[in-house]
Design a protein around this ligand. Structure first.
Ligand SMILES: Nc1nc2c(c(=O)[nH]1)N[C@H]1C(S)=C(S)[C@@H](COP(=O)(O)O)O[C@H]1N2
Ligand SMILES: [Mo]
Length: 387
């Protein structure tokens, strides 16, 4: 048995498990550049650009993805009020409001509840072309949110849970013709049903190490399969209430305005940003001798995938192979495509992903009636120069 077919057998096995057997002949290789492998330059982004994009902001250079998990010192970081400092030793998570037992939990208390692991990737809802750098994937350790909430006992009349970060700032709240300047904490809410489901997670470590300040040290919420804004960093308080939470970052900042055809009539609707929309993008193209390889990323809400395909110029869609190391439900998924017979000159490459429900990643034209820029999951054609 050759080395190649061994790899193929292994992959076949894990694809069957993941239900991805319709993918083409796998040509999987670990994503870090192999010896002798060189990047084929994209002509749609600069050869180099700063990944630190502001005082407290960082993006990843997707051409440098070097494994299933994004290292802590490369993980993108985005937030509204900068990075607060919270001392892990004196930190207490407060659970207040409509609970049987108002509760405060130290990190040790939380550790005693858990030690569970979650593999989850996410992107900022504003992540978009050409850099797509507001995305990453992590192996998180922590406690299912449910375990902490059960300590406090959510009362039957509670409808909504609000998650507050330690970060805050002055906000202008508009009410009719008035504007009020008030101090507010970053806050995001979840319905009772979602908060008490098995999914949301309180994470205190990333890839086996305590969260960095950038990642929300000492504790953050993760809502697997949702866009980044739900993953409240520097989590300090969970407030349980009957009313709807209408804070800025819940009710106003993260929403989409789009036109939808309903019974032959165009209706303008506004929706909240919640779960990630089905998306793929090509991260890099490399050459090893005369062979070219395309590596890309899929992000979605955890719905199993049916296929990822790559198209070169105006050729047919060709199946890509999935990386078995990224098959966990909420992991980002890496894929590769062996591009045979690449000719010198500029080419256009694009990927598209389809999930098992038959949902297909839309083209940019198909998102034409989406006015606001968040949730851009459109197919992203890339231009690459082959020497
Ligand atoms: N406390 C707090 N949490 C926050 C935010 C914030 O401003 N404050 N920003 C959110 C947004 S918009 C995103 S995209 C993610 C980014 O997570 P990261 O910095 O770990 O990549 O954090 C989310 N959690
Ligand atoms: Mo975001």
């Amino acid at each position: 048995m050759t080395k190649q077919s061994t790899r193929r057998e292994i992959l076949k096995g894990s694809l069957a498990v993941a239900g991805l057997s319709i993918f083409g002949i796998p040509e999987w290789a670990f994503p870090a550049l192999a010896q002798g492998e060189v990047l084929a330059p994209f002509t749609d982004i600069p050869e180099s650009f700063p990944t630190v994009t502001g005082p407290d902001r960082r993006i990843i250079d997707i051409r440098k993805i070097d494994g299933p998990f994004t290292p802590k010192d490369q993980f993108f970081t985005a937030q509204h009020y900068g990075h607060p400092i919270v001392d892990p030793a004196t930190f207490r998570l407060k659970i207040s409001g409509l609970v049987e037992r108002p509760t405060t939990l130290s990190l040790d208390d939380l550790r005693r509840l858990g030690g569970a692991e979650l593999i989850a990737g996410f992107e900022c809802s504003g992540n978009r072309r050409p850099q797509q750098g507001l995305s990453g994937n992590g192996r998180w350790t922590g406690v299912p949110l449910r375990a902490a909430l059960d300590r406090a006992g959510v009362k039957p009349e509670a409808r909504e849970l609000v998650f507050f970060g330690a970060d805050h700032g002055e906000e202008e709240v508009e009410f009719r013709t008035n504007k009020y300047k008030v101090e507010q904490q970053f806050g995001r809410s979840l319905s009772r049903e979602k908060a008490l489901s098995r999914e949301p997670f309180l994470a205190y470590s990333l890839n086996g190490e305590p969260l960095t300040r950038h990642q929300g040290s000492p504790l953050r919420l993760l809502v697997p399969g949702w866009y980044g804004m739900a993953n409240v960093k520097w989590l300090s308080e969970i407030h349980v209430q009957a009313d709807q939470y209408l804070g800025k970052f819940q009710a106003r900042w993260y929403r989409t305005l789009k036109g939808e055809m309903i019974d032959g009539e165009l209706k303008w609707i506004e929706t909240a940003i919640t779960h990630m929309q089905l998306k793929s993008f090509i991260a890099r193209v490399t050459r090893d001798g005369s062979r070219h390889k395309v590596l890309g990323v899929v992000l979605n809400d955890g719905t199993p995938l049916k296929s990822v395909e790559v198209r070169v110029d105006s050729g047919p869609w060709q199946p890509a192979a999935m990386d078995p190391a990224t098959s966990a439900k909420y992991s980002w998924k890496l894929f590769t495509y062996a591009w045979n017979g690449a000719t010198p000159g500029e080419h256009t490459l694009v990927s598209r992903v389809t999930d098992v429900t038959g949902k297909v990643q839309p083209t940019l034209e198909e998102l034409d009636t989406k006015k606001t820029f968040l949730e851009d999951n459109s197919q992203f054609p890339r231009k690459v120069m082959i020497a």
